[in-house]
Each structure stands twice: as C-alpha cells, then as structure tokens.
Design a protein around this ligand. Structure first.
Ligand code: TA6
Length: 300
C-alpha cells in the first residue's frame, strides 16, 4: 500500500494531490482544466467526477463505507473476476475482489489539453488466489477531462487459460430517476433479475418505474441517459464490452442496503459497462483484454 510520502513524486501543483479521506483511505484529488475528480486507492474507485460548470456526474451514497476491504457505494466500482454472486460459491464476495483491494498508482501525468491521466495496477496475491486460483494483472487507466475515459485491461500472467467477468459499475447522479430515459438498448436481449432472470427483449427506451435490474447481453451499443431535470444527456460509449446493466434498487432494496440512504434511490441510476453471463471472456496465457468506457455530458 503506497504511503502519502511515496505518492508525493506524482503530485502536479494545483492539479493533482493526494490525501487521506474518511477513515484514512488514501485518495487522489484531481483539479484538471475541465473537470474535478476524487479517486480512492481502495478499489481504484473513482468516487467523484464533475466537469467544470456541470452537476456531479457520478452518484455516491452519503452512507457509503470508506474502509479498506469494503466497497464504496457509488462512483465506478471495478468488478472482477465475477459479476454478481459467484456461481456455486455463495460465500465468496459479491462482484469479485477487485473493488476491495488497494491498487497501486504506477503513472500520473497531464495531456497537452489538460486531461489528467492516472494509471493503476492490481495483480494476484495469496488472498485472491485463495478465492480464484489464477495469476493476472489489471491495468486501469483513468482520463479526467471534459470527457471521462476509463480503460480496464486484464492480462493473463499464468500459464493456463482462464475465464472471467468484469464491469465498470457506474452510478450516475440524476435529478429524479422516474423522469429519465435510457436509449440505445432497443431490441437487446436481457436477463431480468427482478423476474427470476427470465430472458426478455427490450422494446423501447428504458424508463424506471420500479426496481430495475437488467443484464443486457450481446450489445455493443452506446447508451444515452436523458435527464430532463438536470437539462442534460449523458452519453455512455464503450468498446470491448458486449453486456450492459441498468440498475436502480427502488424503495425496498434501497432500505435493505446499510450503505445506501433510504431516500437516495431517486437520485441514481447505474448504467454499467460489462462482460458477463453469455459474454463471459476467456483469456489465453500472456493475452490481454481491454474494455473502455467514455462518458460525456451534453447540455440540453
Ligand atoms: O449491477 C447490479 C447489481 O448486480 C444488483 O443486483 C445489485 O446487487 C448491485 O449490483 C449492487 O451490488 P453490491 O454488491 O454493490 O451491493
């Protein structure tokens, strides 16, 4: 785990600094030319992203835990090497272990246009191998600018193939979830987690009027989150991802989550960039897979 003294060499005056947040978690504080951001080393978890002149783009719960080993509720959790509950292992952590491990900052810099670039890595250790007996290296590139670009590379550093699922589980901040629509998924097939994982086909723009938990498969489409209350659209484009998840817990599930406020569900919607279920990936020894998401705010 890198100490603040070790991180000082990465600092960029007035642009990038490091400090200890709630309960001592080390975090990067970014003030780029076009946007501000906060990223915790626990889970390489981007918790805040706000373009200059815009509302927050990401939702983070006021009741989130900020402790090593616990996932932060909101922002962009990194999900690896399985999505959701692990098949045949109910005792294993939900959504894998990447989001609760402390990552290492390898590079930090600024592009000529002022975009701040941070590169983190995570590799296997005794704890991960006890859960998932494979050697791997994850490399996560975060580009904070007028546009938010996230890139997750998975490298198989073992001598045998392995299969994995992954997600950038993005929580978007919305004015009122009942008023938003999500387009881009028309015709896509999905598993409906609120209806016994029945396989269904999306027929029109997604609206949220109840608990919504849909894993869309075999879709490479960009999604557009239209938010009339905030008078903006958020465009979510992706590459290297064949699945998308749309999730809002609604009233009962929100009340059942200790790290989520009972009244917070109207203010968030997850549109997640995923490879899971039918789109589970397999990787040969030495091979690397890359998944990208680009998030852009457009004023209405
Ligand atoms: O991506 C949607 C989902 O799988 C939901 O079913 C819900 O469990 C959500 O993830 C959050 O999971 P978490 O383990 O962070 O509470």
């Amino acid at each position: 785990m890198q100490l603040l003294t070790e991180l000082a060499r990465f600092e960029i005056p007035d642009v990038l600094r490091f400090d200890a947040g709630p309960s001592g978690l080390v975090r990067a504080r970014v003030s780029a030319a076009d946007a501000a951001a906060v990223l915790y080393f626990n889970g390489a978890h981007l918790a805040e992203y706000q373009p200059v002149g815009e509302d927050d783009v990401l939702f983070t719960s006021g009741k989130s835990a900020y402790e090593v080993g616990k996932p932060i509720r909101g922002g962009v959790p990194i999900i690896f090497p399985w999505f959701g509950p692990r098949k045949d292992h109910p005792e294993h952590p939900m959504h894998g272990f990447a989001r609760t491990k402390v990552w290492t900052l390898r590079e930090a810099g600024q592009d000529p246009d002022g975009t701040v670039v941070l590169i983190f890595t995570l590799h296997d250790d005794e704890q991960t191998r006890a859960l998932w007996p494979h050697s791997f290296e994850l490399r996560y590139t975060v580009r904070i600018g007028q546009v938010l670009q996230l890139s997750l590379e998975v490298k198989n550093t073992s001598d045998a193939p392995f299969s994995f699922e992954e997600a950038l589980h993005t929580y978007f901040f919305v004015d009122s979830v009942q008023d938003v629509t999500v387009t881009g998924l028309d015709g896509a097939e999905y598993y409906d987690k609120t209806d016994g994982l029945k396989r269904k086909t999306e027929t029109d723009p997604v609206k949220i009027a109840a608990e919504t938990d849909r894993l869309y498969v075999n879709t490479k489409s960009a999604c557009v989150l239209d938010d009339p209350g905030f008078e903006r659209q958020i465009v979510v484009e992706k590459a290297g991802s064949d699945s998308t998840v749309v999730w809002n817990p609604w009233i009962a599930k929100a009340a059942a989550m200790p790290d989520f406020g009972d009244e917070e569900w109207p203010s968030m919607l997850c549109i997640e960039t995923v490879n899971a279920a039918d789109n589970t990936l397999s990787l040969d020894p030495g091979a690397t897979h890359r998944m990208d998401v680009t998030i852009r705010v457009e004023r209405k």
